[in-house]
Design a protein around this ligand. Sequence first.
Ligand code: GLY
Length: 510
Amino acid sequence: MLQSDFVGLTGHVKFNPDKSLIGPAYDIINIIGTGVRQTVSKPRGWVFPNNGKQLRIGVPIRVSYREFVSQVPGTNTSKGFCIDVFTAAVSLLPYAVPYQFIPYGNGHENPSYTELVNLITTGYFDAVVGDIAIVTNRTKVLDFTLPYAASGLVVVVPFKKLSTGAWAFLRPFSAPLWGWFGFWEHRTNDEFRGPPKKQLITILWFSLSTLFFAHKETTVSTLGRLVLILWLFVVLIINSSYTASLTSILTVQKLYSPINGIESLKKGDEPIGYQVGSFAEHYLTEEIGISKSRLRALGSPEEYAMALQRDPEKGGVVAVVDELPYIELFLSSQCKFRIAGQPFTKSGWGFAFPRDSPLAVDLSTAILSLSENGDLQRIHDKWLTKSACSSDNTEIESDRLELKSFWGLYLLFAIACFAALLIYFVQIVRKYRKTVSGESISDVQGSSHSRRLRTLLSLMDEKHDQSRGDSKRRKLDRSLSAYDEENDLRRDSNRRQSHISLERGTNVSN
Ligand code: GLY
């Protein structure tokens, strides 16, 4: 038997000096002895023909986002999402594929993926397995399996929280709208009489007081009331809108960034970050036309975060352009950044093979099966389950209202109080001076400090004379009520008269 050397149904049969089969595609069941020993794995048919050699499969040595693919320390084997997808797909092939992974990269930074896949065209690798983007340049010289993960380039930017700020209570309405409130009531009300200054004050007071339903002006004419009721309805809507708008300003986190996608990024001249080794660098310069001098290579998610938060003039970047799967992982732990706009390229990750490789076709079928039976999703969830963004409590903070949220309102109130007090004291001092100078010199000479103080206090205590404005108003009220009474009397007498004439008419007709 040891002399056997032939090709049979199970492949080449030849034994080496230690009596083992050379390059066996199958295990042999030992039927000699008392029991049966079986092969450990089910034979699957023919072995993938590679001149009896194992396939040399290049695998990137990633230093960041190692969930996708990373080298097991101290070995030549690799692990990660992409590796699990590959082994699961290979296990579905109807034949065995002997292969070995050959790590590629210096271990300090992610290798250039373009250089890595180009090693297939030179014959150094038989295939490349990893997070390889299927892009036009690569498909021109290589064959890819169907994508096992969706990808595409996105723009990541730091979002500033739009602070609610001290003047948040003014923001629900625009400046012109605030201005209009002062004038909407013009000429709708009989109380809006008098000199222009008084009219202006009354208009402002009436418009604003109606917002709180706190007005006390009365309307006398039917037309005035018609307009007022409509105005009060408008006020109701404004009130509700103001409340809704202010609630949203104060409670919902407002995020803001001047960059809203690749187009605004293209227009500027600020630095942009990209992942070391990624095709993104080539794409941004060659396809989008962004100058190479604007690009900064970033090696890890930590570098992304640092660069995005740093001033662009001090080595920072305004945005990072990278593939969606990496960014989803990045954003799961970084809450201060967001994707601006939509992915501006649509692609996927696949395994790379030489042109016309039958393995690329068979592995594509296997990837489809993995997708359909849910295994692809299970592998994805095993490696890439994203935790909710929880590295800081920005969003929680946004829900809390603090004293500083309203300091603008307090400031206005304090200024108003202070101004009113100041004016009041100036008036009192003026009055006091007038009173004192009105007294005779001998009185003043003879007066004591306590007397002056009493005078001052009595002036402060004195009931404020509502002056001519109020007496005028009283007069107007009196005349208006007299006018109303007169009208009522006239109406009564008219009614009585028409009643009498009606009765008379009825009598006549009777
Ligand atoms: N995923 C990196 C690249 O394919 O270039």
